[in-house]
Design a protein around this ligand. Structure first.
Ligand code: DC
Length: 219
């Protein structure tokens, strides 16, 4: 049987990571944070003094960097030259650079191949911006999370992070390649008034219902 992929897309700070982690725990699936992969390239460009506003240079860096993909405790990690920059990819500098890197078509092609290869780790809960639309458009399990801008800002502040969420969403939605969008067939959940537990329980219930329908259909 082919691995199952649960695609979780949505705006910045809409609760994708928290929910994807809760869902992957609940189902025993591997969690894949694709934003972390783009952040890792942004961090790499910063350390190599590559101008993230120069798409050719960013694409060239992505064609050359030495990476390894591993799965530790049911979460994938992208290492560069054997190093996993867990803290560095969350810095304000990386956050400001990442949307530029993520807009480069050759980078997106490279990432798509890497992200598709994650099925070697089994069933997945993968979060990002284009998972249900581009990376796994054929999956039957697509969810799109959103919340009001005020609520999303409040969540980021509570984490001690101040960032231009509206600006990043605008860049992610307006880029030419694989823009942020509601994938065809996705279940949209606005979780402004919901806790992460409530949101993830809703999603797990949908998944279980769909899984039982497909088992009944194939019996
Ligand atoms: O989810 P995040 O904030 O860690 O994502 C970082 C950036 O990467 C964000 O600007 C959107 C972009 N991204 C993307 O374009 N496609 C993905 N599948 C995941 C993230």
């Amino acid at each position: 049987m082919l691995p199952i992929v649960i695609a979780i897309d949505g705006t910045s700070a809409s609760g994708k990571s928290t929910n994807a982690k809760l869902i992957s725990k609940s189902l025993g699936f591997t969690y894949v944070d694709t934003g972390a992969m783009y952040r890792t390239l942004a961090w790499f460009c910063i350390t190599q003094k590559i101008d993230v506003n120069d798409p050719k240079k960013v694409a060239a860096a992505c064609a050359k960097w030495k990476t390894t993909l591993e799965c530790v405790e049911a979460q994938t990690r992208l290492l560069v030259n054997g190093y996993y920059p867990a803290k560095e990819i969350r810095s304000a500098e990386t956050s400001a650079a990442v949307a530029h890197v993520a807009a480069v078509p050759k980078v997106r092609d490279w990432m798509k191949k890497l992200q598709r290869s994650c099925t070697k780790f089994g069933n997945l809960v993968m979060e990002g911006r284009d998972i249900g639309s581009v990376v796994f458009p054929d999956t039957d399990f697509k969810f799109y999370l959103d919340a009001t801008l005020d609520e999303r800002k409040r969540r980021r502040s509570a984490e001690g992070v101040e960032e231009d969420l509206a600006g990043r969403d605008q860049r992610d939605s307006q880029r030419a390649t694989a823009p942020l969008m509601i994938p065809l067939g996705a279940i949209v959940i606005n979780n402004s008034g919901l806790t992460a537990e409530e949101t993830s329980q809703q999603i797990v219930a949908h998944i279980k219902q769909r899984l039982s329908q497909s088992t009944a259909g194939s019996a």
